[in-house]
Design a protein around this ligand. Sequence first.
Ligand code: SF4
Length: 337
Amino acid sequence: MSLRPSKRHAMMGINRTDLATSEGKVLGENHQTDHWKLRGGPAGLHLFNRTTGLNVLLDDVPPPASLYSRAPRQVSVAITNRCDLACAHCYAPKSLDELQFDTIVRWLTELDEHGTLGVGFGGGEPTLYPEFALLCQCLAHKTRLSVSFTTHGHQIDDALAESLRGSVNFIRVSMDGVGATYESIRHRSFAELLSRLKQVQSISRFGINVVINGQTLPDLNDVAIVAADIGACELLLLPQVPVRGVPAISSDDMQSLRRWVDSYRGPLKLCINESSAEGFPTCDPLVQEPGLRAYAHIDARGVLKPSSYSDTGLKLSDGSVLQALDQLAHDLEENNI
Ligand code: SF4
């Protein structure tokens, strides 16, 4: 079992079990050459297949710095702040901010051309974005980005599933506990979530996100069992961060979570958000790509940030996102952030 830090969704699929070096044996079915994208960086040449999620790192000979990709490996975009749920632990701003369709496509086309491997849409609830399916279709067709999104799942019906099939590479669905625990947090039926997960499974590979606190921790075994039974391939652990009067996970609960991780022997790949990863058995084969080389976030007001939690950012104008990234990197360095 290995646990990898997540939130930097470009790390999708990379851990010691599925990252192959040039010494390794990797290719199998579904690895046609036109599904691969190449990215240069200090760790080597990184090949990524958005269809299968497989990553290959050619690290025998480091590429020259002139071949390093300029864009972050992974970008997350909060396309809307709207949501029809009201979870107490939510850290999304309670506003109606929403990004323009053409602007999102322009930013992501530029990032794709400069080496970004994947985009993760979030919010708010991204499936409430008026042209969400069209946005995914457009990016799948126009770019070589892996398209993923994080959702509560309750908007995914037959019609939406049909329009997303073939345009989305990975979906993350929130499941904080099972049964009554889930229902007390999300105020939605758990049975309905299970039926939505069947729709999700018909669209693409998917994982389960679970906020970890004193209320959800006792359900973690059941969450992992349900997730595996329904076809998820990954479990993303999100220890509660303090937000609007909701306290952070207690140190006792963090200890219990570490013990749970150490003892987990199930089939799911375990991940944890990077800010909570200390003390967990994580691995990062691309550790030479820190900060904005690895990940950037754009919020629903169009502010470019080093992470979705960060207070530091730069409002994107009509110009180049790459230039804004350079400026943000400079600002962060100057302010020692
Ligand atoms: S579903 Fe997600 S975005 Fe909506 S309130 Fe809950 S945590 Fe926030």
